[in-house]
Every structure is written in C-alpha cells, then in structure tokens.
Design a protein around this ligand. Structure first.
Ligand code: MG
Length: 167
C-alpha cells in the first residue's frame, strides 16, 4: 500500500467510526423522544458502522501498512422531527458513498488493484445502505402527521435484528 492509499484508508476508518458516532447520537435522540424502535434501529446502524471501520482497520493491517487513528468529530446532538432525522441519514449515506467512490478511484490511479477489490464490498454495501435509508425516509414521510402510523413504524423498526456480517 503506498502512502496516498494508506492515508486515504486511514481517513475512511475515521469516517466509518464517525458514522457510528452520528447514528449513536441519533439513537439517543430517538430514545429521548419516546421512539424506542427508531432508537433501536439507529443503534444497530451504529454497530454496523463500527463494523465497517473494523473491516478497514483489519484490511490496512493485513496489507502490512500503518494504521493511524485520527480524531473523530463530535456528532450533532440536536435533531429535528423524525422525518428530518431520517433525511439526514440518507444524506449522510450518500456522502459516504461518494467517499468510497473517491477511494476506489484513488486506488486505481495508484495502481492498487487489491485495494480496489476490497472496496468492491463497500460499494455494494453502500447500495444497501442507501436503499434502506431511502425506504425508511419514504415510510416516515408517508406517516406524515399521523401519530398512530408513526408508532406503528416505531414498532416495525424496533423488531429489526442485526444483519449477519457478509464475507
Ligand atoms: Mg459505513
């Protein structure tokens, strides 16, 4: 792994951990807003993001390159109504997709084909992340001002289970 690719992977480890931090903050927000199902869902998302960070961490180590952990920014703590939170999730996932694509591009420019192969997993994962965030956003939008619909969604999100780690 050359220095440019290594630095970019180290940066992405931070970004994945930041995503976990952001979703944990959203989880706390939902818990305080008496939406335990939404809180549970965001907690699962946070764990998934930590898993992404660890996957990159392990990959850098496997390549014999130096892991350099960077400072993680503090996530926001004030969020608006449920619809704006799920809109933020989708927006955030789209931004992460852009980061992964740029990392893939850089790996290609640097001739690091192995890194590109590892990143294929993340490219596919981002399609799933955006799809599930968009579905949640659409469902919350459909609930609109109907509180009973929102509570039904909360129950639905509360029954989600962690997805098994794919190879
Ligand atoms: Mg991620």
């Amino acid at each position: 792994m050359n220095a440019a690719v290594r630095d970019a992977f180290n940066e992405q480890i931070k970004q994945e951990l930041y995503s976990g931090y952001l979703y944990l903050s959203m989880s706390a927000h939902f818990d305080q807003e008496n939406l335990p199902g939404f809180a549970h869902w965001m907690r699962l998302q946070a764990q998934e993001e930590l898993g992404h960070g660890m996957r990159l961490f392990d990959y850098v180590l496997r390549r014999g390159a130096k892991v350099e952990l960077r400072g993680i920014d503090a996530p926001q703590t004030d969020f608006g109504p449920p619809l704006s939170v799920v809109e933020s999730v989708l927006e955030h996932e789209r931004a992460v997709t852009g980061m992964i694509h740029r990392l893939f591009e850089l790996s290609g420019q640097e001739g690091d084909w192995a890194a590109q192969q590892e990143l294929q997993w993340f490219i596919a994962e981002q399609v799933e992340e955006e799809d599930s965030a968009a579905t949640a956003r659409d469902q919350v939008r459909m609930a609109g001002e109907d509180l009973s619909a929102l509570l039904m969604l909360d129950q639905q999100f509360g029954s989600r289970v962690a997805e098994p780690e794919q190879a």
